[in-house]
Design a protein around this ligand. Structure first.
Ligand code: SF4
Length: 250
């Protein structure tokens, strides 16, 4: 059986398990009526989230998602995982669930040097092209840097010359970017994989990588301010006050 067919079967199995877990949770919830439910919807969300986000304990295998994001987050996810909120879990489930219908996934790996493997799963691999699907609140003018890095790694992994990043907004509008493969970008990607591997082996947390991703990162408080400080200084309250304050009349 080819690795592509295996990956599709594996993905179907995971989706099937996720569907069964959701059904089981909903059935339990209904059967419970006034009595305390055996399983509530939060248990279901947690079970489905852990199914679609398996943990990687092998430090010699670094995923494309890890290197294309914040290395500090990748390190902390492995060494000091922070439980995601139910809202964060649902956002992931909805995104993966909605776009999975378009996928024909394939898994693969690239030798990153120094005994490190770069591993990943492309959304859709066709004869001449690799596709990645991403959902966004607003269609971008340019692809996001992390998506360039992901697609380029898949182009090398599956030996294709060209790929497409396809964005969908919440209203179903779609925008495509055709991207050629780049050796230079791959070298940077494998270098990041080797750096993360070295830091994991030596228990050294990478430095901060400040970006918009920090706002929704579960490790935000480890990198910036603990929630007590946010309350003390009224970070959130002040933001709300500004929204409510009447605009000056010119
Ligand atoms: S808060 Fe920002 S810098 Fe810190 S781990 Fe998360 S993404 Fe990285």
């Amino acid at each position: 059986m080819s690795s592509g067919v295996k990956a599709v079967r594996q993905s179907e199995k995971i989706l099937e398990k996720a569907r069964n877990k959701i059904k089981e949770g909903v059935d339990n919830y209904r059967a419970a009526s006034d009595a305390p439910p055996k399983v509530d919807v939060y248990d279901v969300i947690e079970q489905v989230f852990s199914l679609i986000n398996p943990t990687n304990g092998d430090e010699s295998k670094i995923s494309i998602d890890e290197v294309s994001g914040c290395l500090r987050r990748a390190y902390l996810d492995r060494k000091d995982p922070q439980e995601a909120t139910h809202k964060q879990m649902m956002a992931t489930i909805i995104e993966k669930g909605a776009l999975s219908i378009l996928e024909k996934p394939a898994t693969g790996e690239i030798d990153a040097g120094s005994g490190v493997k770069l591993v990943g799963r492309a959304d859709r691999v066709e004869d001449e092209v690799v596709m990645v699907f991403r959902s966004v609140a607003e269609l971008p003018e340019m692809p996001f840097a992390e998506h360039f890095m992901q697609l380029n790694a898949y182009l090398h992994m599956f030996n294709k010359q060209e790929g497409v990043i396809i964005y969908f907004d919440t209203e179903g509008n779609e925008l495509e970017f055709v991207v050629p493969r780049s050796e230079k970008l791959l070298n940077e990607t494998t270098r990041r994989a080797r750096i993360l591997n070295t830091l994991l082996k030596n228990n050294i947390a990478p430095t901060l990588e400040p970006s918009n991703r920090c706002i929704n990162c579960p490790h935000n408080e480890k990198c910036y301010y603990p929630s007590e400080d946010k309350q003390k200084w009224g970070f959130w309250a002040r933001g709300k006050w500004r929204e409510l304050k009447a605009k000056p009349i010119l």
